[in-house]
Every structure is written in structure tokens, then in C-alpha cells.
Design a protein around this ligand. Structure first.
Ligand code: ZN
Length: 386
């Protein structure tokens, strides 16, 4: 459906100052126009997890940017990042370093143990606090949104629009009382599991090459969680569920099926990616898939390595659009959640280079606008019942 890629394979400048300093004035102007024309609404980032790990440096990290990680306020603005899902995540004790085997596929990573309710609530409440702190200190440049209307209004006012998302529901008790409390705080999206078991279900282990059909489906508490999310119009994120859990959500939920940061299994047979059968189910519900930018999700050989061009990015997008249609695909960067982001993207300032690659690949301006933000915002309208 599209012509062969002829994109530049060279990485561009890696930060905002390099971009503005290196370009001639006319090029700088056109890049600014570009980020205004195609602002990006993103399905998944883990910036709050960075703040959780080093809260004492949060002011430098957020407001000024310390050059680490993939996101901060100045780089988001330079890259045309207009909003997205900000994840609350409670790390397991055995979390650190367990993904190193991804450098040498094939692999089958063990499932970390879930963190307990008390420590999880402590971590997640701290992250909710960081999110509202970000809003408070940004003087209008960052807004926590509770509806699609609020997202549109924030974007129109040139304020980054954040949706509060929970990645793994360990901070929610099996009676779901905390779900209602978090909803009042602004929670609008929940992934019942991260890639580990908990009271609600069984996350899919990271394995390559492997089917997502690993382990049992949702528990009774998990099924009740899905129903409660439907009642509250909270999005249920499928991205870390195994296939049986995915099918359970598909059969229970009355909402559009959403995978915020997963790619095409047909291109990269990673257990975290979506099979054509799963994509067909998402399409049936007018759901949504956000393209994950991380190398293990993109590279056909499953290797965690930043040495990668835009070619696999375009292959995944072509496949997702083929299976889901043009209205149900967007981005789900995984910025600050995963290491070894592809060299041509590097961090959030790489977003305009992705837009350039899409145009060079033959995508129309209309399709690029859908992928960049329009599809996500329409999905929010459908999911929130607006
Ligand atoms: Zn994730």
C-alpha cells in the first residue's frame, strides 16, 4: 500500500540545543512548523518511574532536563510531544537487571514477583504526587486531564495533556476499593498486570521467539476489575497480558480493546507483541494499538540493540494499519520505560524524525495526523463515552 522506504538511516541531532544550534534558520523554522502540525499524543511513557527512583532531583529532571532518560519538559516541547499516558508502576524487588538476556536472543525471562499491596500503594501514591507536582510547577505547560475534552483543550492551549495510567494493578486491593479512590484522583487507564502475576491475572513473560499464549487467564478478581473499569469508563490496557488474559478481557469488556504499547507479532515474534488474531479482535471493537519504539519490539531478530533504522518501524506500522485500519493505530513510545531506544529516535526529540520517515515512506499528511494524535484522541472519546 505504500512505496518502499527511502528514509535517511543516519541518526539526527540528539537534543534540543543541538537541533536549534545546528540548523539554518529556515530549517529550524520548518521544524517548528512540523511539530505544530503533527503534535504527538503518546500511548505510554514511564517518566514518573524515573522521578520515583530519584525524587530529590525531580526539579532539575523535569523543568530543566538533565540530559538523562528520554523525557523532560524542554525536550518534550522541542520534540512536539503534546500529551500521553503517564504510567504509575510499582517495581518488584527482583526487577533490576533481569532484562539483560534480551541482548542475546533467543530468551525467556523469568516473571518477577509482584510487589505487595502496601509497598505498591506507597510507590504509586508517590507517583500520583509527582504527576500533580509536574502540573503545579509547569505554569500551564502541563495539564493532568480526565476527559478527551480536557485533552483537546490542553492541546489547543499548547499545554502537554497527561492521562493518568496504572501499569499493573498491584496498588489496587482485590475488593477494588482503591480503584474508586484512584479514579477520583484522575486515573483513567489501568493495565491489570505488568509482566508478572498478581491478584488479577498473569502478565506475559518477555520471551523471544514465543507466542503470547503463556500461562492462565484472569482471576475472578481480575474479571471484576475489568467490569468495574467498564463502569467507571477506565480504559483496560492489554499490553502486558498473556493471550488467555487478553481473551478474557475481550469476552468481558464492553469497551474498545486497547494495547497502549505493543507491536505486530507477525514482524517481531516477541511474546509482548500482538498476533493477527488479537489485532482482529481489537479491530472489531474499534480499539487501538500504540506502536512501541523500543528495539526488542521492533527488530525482527528480537535483539535489544539500538542499532536499527526506521525500516522495521515502518514494517510494523504497515502491518498494524493493514490489520487494524488507518483509524486504530498510534504511537506508544515506552520512553523512559525501556533502555536501548533506536539510535535514529534516541529520545523524545526524535519524534519529528519519525514524522519525516512516515512522509518519506509515502504516508499522506492525513494519515500522519491520525497516527500522531488524532486516533488516540478519538479513542479517548469512545472509551470515555464523550
Ligand atoms: Zn510496559
Amino acid at each position: 500500500m505504500v512505496k518502499q522506504s527511502r528514509v535517511s538511516l543516519q541518526p539526527g541531532p540528539v537534543n534540543a540545543s543541538a537541533t536549534s544550534g545546528a540548523d539554518a534558520p529556515s530549517q529550524a523554522r520548518s521544524k517548528t512548523d512540523e511539530t505544530k502540525k503533527f503534535p504527538v499524543f503518546d500511548g505510554h511513557d514511564d517518566f514518573l518511574f524515573r522521578l520515583l527512583k530519584a525524587p530529590e532531583t525531580r526539579e532539575t529532571m523535569w523543568l530543566n532536563g538533565d540530559g538523562t532518560g528520554h523525557l523532560d519538559l524542554p525536550r518534550m516541547r522541542a520534540g512536539g510531544f503534546a500529551g500521553g499516558f503517564f504510567a504509575l508502576f510499582s517495581p518488584s524487588e527482583d526487577y533490576a537487571g533481569f532484562t539483560d538476556a534480551m541482548d542475546n536472543p533467543s530468551y525467556e525471562l523469568p516473571l518477577p514477583t509482584a510487589s505487595k499491596l502496601g509497598p505498591s500503594q506507597e510507590s504509586v501514591l508517590a507517583m500520583v504526587g509527582h504527576l500533580f507536582w509536574m502540573e503545579r510547577v509547569s505554569r500551564g505547560a502541563f495539564t493532568v486531564c480526565r476527559s478527551a475534552r480536557e485533552v483537546r483543550a490542553a492541546m489547543a492551549a499548547d499545554s502537554i495533556a497527561a492521562i493518568m495510567h496504572m501499569e499493573g494493578a498491584e496498588a489496587i486491593d482485590p475488593n477494588l476499593d482503591a480503584l474508586y479512590a484512584f479514579h477520583k484522583m484522575g486515573l483513567r487507564s489501568v493495565g491489570p498486570v505488568w509482566s508478572r502475576p498478581n491478584a488479577f491475572g498473569h502478565g506475559v513473560p518477555f520471551a523471544f521467539p514465543a507466542s503470547p499464549d503463556i500461562g492462565p487467564g484472569l482471576t475472578d478478581a481480575g474479571k471484576a476489575l475489568v467490569k468495574a473499569c467498564n463502569e467507571l469508563k477506565i480504559i483496560v490496557d492489554l499490553s502486558h497480558l498473556n493471550e488467555k488474559g487478553f481473551d478474557d478481557v475481550a469476552s468481558i469488556s464492553d469497551a474498545p480493546l486497547v494495547a497502549t504499547h505493543s507491536n505486530a507479532h507477525a514482524v517481531t515474534p516477541l511474546s509482548r507483541n500482538l498476533t493477527d488474531r488479537q489485532l482482529a479482535k481489537i479491530r472489531e471493537t474499534k480499539g487501538m494499538v500504540g506502536l512501541n519504539f523500543v528495539s526488542v519490539f521492533l527488530r525482527p531478530d528480537g535483539k535489544r540493540s539500538p542499532d536499527i533504522t526506521f525500516e522495521p518501524v515502518l514494517r510494523h506500522l504497515d502491518h498494524l494499519i493493514d490489520k487494524l485500519g488507518e483509524d486504530h493505530v498510534g504511537f506508544g513510545s515506552d520512553f523512559d520505560g525501556a533502555t536501548k531506544m533506536p539510535d535514529p529516535i534516541r529520545d523524545v526529540t526524535g519524534l519529528p524524525r519519525i514524522i519525516d520517515a512516515l512522509r518519506d515512506h509515502g504516508y499522506s499528511e492525513e494519515l500522519i495526523a491520525k497516527l500522531a494524535h488524532e486516533n488516540w484522541i478519538r479513542l479517548l472519546e469512545r472509551a470515555f463515552g464523550e
